[in-house]
Design a protein around this ligand. Structure first.
Ligand code: PLP
Length: 266
């Protein structure tokens, strides 16, 4: 049967813009396009950024974040939403109010704290707001190990600690947790752990040697949101998204002089 435009699932990203095109809103929209879903966006902050780092951040006023969110959610049937860089405590509160006001479901939270270069993308005082206000509305949260440490105090040094991290993150209120173990050293595999309070599901892929990894977190969480919008359950959405990000990293692009972007369209 031919697909009509009204069959296209609408997906929303609420995140920061990356002028370099590898992460943030730009990565999210490219990922949505590759997944045959219709991407919409609420831009929370602009970054002046390239493959060498973040050179400036300009936050969007909270009332204009609300205006964007209300415009999209009042008109379109948003099937899944992902959040990325939210910059400040005030903006986290604003976004969560919007998610609640519109009853948005399939909420994928990438608790972005810093860029790959270590540039701050979340004010330190906003961490508590992410933990206390945003995580309880998450269908799934997708922290890397640095974000786990910041949010829970749990330090993961090996694959054996991933379950401790999953339990600590789950206690903060999301329905599902996906701990990304890809930053663990000396592993032949990149092992992630998915947990809903009962099921611990290991998702492992061969580790890619590419160092062009800018946008990995954004791309993975967007792929999960796209898969949820198409009707997959959370374990399937995460597994299929992991295969997609593994390919995108393996085909990492040598663009720019620094950390190149993953290839969304591999
Ligand atoms: N969001 C924005 C706007 C960013 O600029 C970045 C990284 O620079 C991120 C999110 C996180 O990027 P990554 O997916 O590489 O963790």
């Amino acid at each position: 049967m031919a697909t009509t435009s009204s069959d296209l699932p609408v997906v929303l990203t609420i995140a920061g813009s990356d002028s370099g095109g590898g992460a943030g809103i730009q990565a999210d929209l490219k990922t949505f396009q590759e997944h045959d879903v219709f991407g919409t966006s609420v831009i929370v902050a602009l970054t002046a950024q390239n493959t060498l780092g973040v050179h400036g951040v300009h936050e969007v006023p909270a009332d204009f974040v609300t205006a964007q969110l209300d415009a999209v959610a009042s008109d379109m049937d948003v099937r899944a939403t992902k959040t990325g860089m939210l910059a400040t405590s005030e903006l986290v509160h604003t976004v969560v109010k919007g998610i609640r006001r519109h009853g948005l479901t399939n909420v994928v939270v990438d608790p972005v704290a810093a860029s790959k270069h270590g540039d701050a993308l979340l004010a330190p005082e906003a961490l508590a707001t992410v933990r206390d206000v945003l995580l309880p509305v998450a269908t799934i949260v997708t922290p890397n190990l640095g974000e786990v440490a910041l949010l829970t105090g749990v330090e993961v040094t090996g694959t054996d600690d991933l379950d401790k991290a999953a339990e600590a993150m789950k206690a903060l209120g999301p329905q599902w947790v996906l701990i990304k173990g890809g930053h663990l050293p000396d592993n032949l595999e990149a092992v992630d752990l998915l947990f809903d309070g009962e099921r611990m599901i290991e998702i492992a892929t061969a580790r890619s040697a590419s160092t062009d990894t800018h946008g990995t977190g954004c791309t993975l969480s967007s792929a999960i949101a796209a898969n949820l919008a198409k009707g997959m359950d959370v374990p399937s959405a995460a597994q299929v998204a992991k295969d997609y990000i593994t390919g995108a990293i393996t085909h990492g692009l040598r663009i720019g002089a620094g950390i190149g972007p993953v290839d969304h369209g591999w």
